[in-house]
Structure formats: C-alpha cells, structure tokens
Design a binder for this molecule. Structure first.
Ligand SMILES: Cc1ncc(C[n+]2csc(CCOP(=O)(O)OP(=O)(O)O)c2C)c(N)n1
Ligand SMILES: [Mg+2]
Length: 275
C-alpha cells in the first residue's frame, strides 16, 4: 500500500468528517496523520478481527482533541464503520469531539483532558510486564500538552521504572491552542530533559513516513532497557497552505471562500465533501 497516498486520503476523510459534523480540531489532526499511518500500517501488532486481542500493541492518543485523525485511521483498518464516522458530533453519537474508551473499537483510553495519557500508558506498561505480555504501548502527546505538570510525574516514573515497552511520540508542531509554545511556556531542551529522566530519545521529521517507521521499528529490533521518546517535528495543519503553522486553525472550519482552498489542496470536489 502506498502510505503517502493513504495519508492524503486520511486528510480528506478528516476534513469531510469535521465539515459535516460542524466542528473539529483540524490543525492538530492534520499534524499527526503520518505518525498514525506509520504506526497502524507498518508497526503495530493488532488483530483486524478482534480489537480486544490480549496481545495487541496499544496506542494511547493523549492529545485527544486531534481524534479526527485517529477516527479516520480506525475507519481505514475497519474498527469504525463509515456510518459511525459520519455520525461524528451528531446527537447521540459515540464519535465525539474527544475519544472515549469502551465506546469505540480501537480507542484505548478516554482522553481530551490533556496530560493524562502518559500516566495511563504507564499503568498498562507495568501491567503488561507483570502479566508477561510482550506488547508495546505508544503514547501520542502534544507539545502544548507537555506544559501539564502530570506529564512530568509520568516521565519521571517511566524513566525510573525503565519501562522499555513504552514509546512516547511527541507531536512537536511548536504551537498550542492560542499561539507559539516558545512564547507562551517554553518547553526548554526537550531531548536533554527527557534523557535526564531516563528516556532514550530520537528526533525525526514527523511527516516522513519512511523515517518514522525506521525509528519506530528500531524500538522493536534494538533492545535498550529504557522508555523511548520520538520527537516528531511536525507542522500544525500540515497539507493546507492557509492552515499550516497558523494557530487560528486550532479549532475552526473554513469560511465559504476558504473552502475552495481546502478542496483544491485536498484534491477533492465539493460533491465528494458530502458523499
Ligand atoms: C487539561 C486541559 N486544559 C486545556 C485544554 C484545552 N485545550 C485543548 S487542545 C489545547 C492545546 C493543546 O496543544 P498541543 O498539545 O500542542 O496540541 P496540538 O498542537 O497538537 O493541537 C488546549 C489548551 C484541555 N483539553 N485540557
Ligand atoms: Mg502543538
């Protein structure tokens, strides 16, 4: 399968779903498409027919507001139906603006309140070790999310316990909801700080699927008795010129005029938007 092409299709699906649902965090969803594609289509161990398979790897999508990307990928692997996806943000739908555990196959944790996913991941990572389950946990964090104090308790704990079954992927797009991370609350030297707490750190272009897969698979081949952090350098709103690196697109849909730009750049027709 051509994963670049798949990433394009997923961006279309994200946009369609948000547009028809009338809301969505497009910037943060577009930022992590390649990360999710790399995980679900090349790295993760899971059973397409049994989402609750005991030995599956788990993705804890901690930056829950970006869930449109997760939903679209879960739809592609068959865990979420097209009908479910189309019910996004509609009355009585379980496909909401933040993902809910136990309500949708493939959603491994309820997230949306930032800063919780890493602690949750650590619980699973410890449980897997105790139960001798040889599966991996992948946690996707936002960079703005790393301003939450709870993230740092978890970082210390994972490093201290040498949780080598845990990989954190930081969607490092340098923007949070209202502006630049560096201006609002600087994260310092991320590599150094995580290393100092016992993580092994990689840095990669978060839109380069081949490179992402390479570092994610290093996790499987190369035995380092530490948790890992992958700093994925990304662009918030990646793929749409007017959205890239612009904080205003954190939570917003295009106006009638801007819609044409979205459709052009996503290479889709207006009719396709409503299919
Ligand atoms: C505890 C908590 N505080 C505030 C919010 C509101 N909020 C939603 S997204 C967001 C910004 C997150 O920025 P980042 O983690 O960098 O995500 P991304 O850039 O990938 O969208 C904020 C403040 C929240 N969801 N949870
Ligand atoms: Mg961010």
């Amino acid at each position: 399968m051509d994963l670049k092409q798949l990433a394009k299709e997923i961006r279309k699906d994200i946009f369609k779903t948000a547009y028809n649902g009338g809301s969505g965090h497009l910037g943060g969803a577009f930022s992590c498409v390649e990360i999710l594609v790399s995980l679900y289509f090349s790295v993760l161990k899971y059973d397409k027919n049994n989402p609750l398979w005991k030995y599956r790897d788990k993705v804890i999508f901690s930056k829950g507001h970006g869930c449109l990307a997760l939903y679209s990928v879960l739809n592609k692997i068959g865990y979420i139906s097209k009908e479910q996806l189309n019910s996004y943000c509609k009355l009585n739908s379980n496909v909401g603006g933040e993902p809910k555990y136990m309500e949708l196959d493939g959603v491994e944790a309820t997230t949306g309140s930032l800063g919780r996913g890493l602690s949750f991941s650590i619980g699973i990572a410890i449980a897997n070790k105790l139960d001798k389950i040889d599966s991996k946990i992948y946690t996707i964090l936002g960079d703005g999310e790393c301003q939450e104090g709870t993230v740092w308790e978890a970082v210390m704990s994972a490093g201290h316990r040498r949780l080598d079954n845990l990989t954190v992927i930081l969607d490092y797009n340098k923007l949070q909801a209202m502006g630049n991370i560096d201006e609002i609350l600087n994260l310092g030297d991320i590599k150094k700080s995580w290393e100092s707490f016992g993580f092994f750190v990689y840095e990669v272009d978060g839109h380069n699927i081949d490179k992402l897969i390479e570092v994610l698979k290093d996790n499987l081949n190369n035995k380092i008795e530490k948790p890992r952090l992958i700093i994925a350098n990304t662009i918030k709103g990646k793929g749409i010129s007017i959205m890239e690196n612009q904080p205003i697109w954190h939570y917003r849909l295009p106006s009638e005029k801007e819609l044409d730009i979205f459709l052009n750049e996503l290479e889709m027709t207006k009719e396709e938007l409503f299919l």
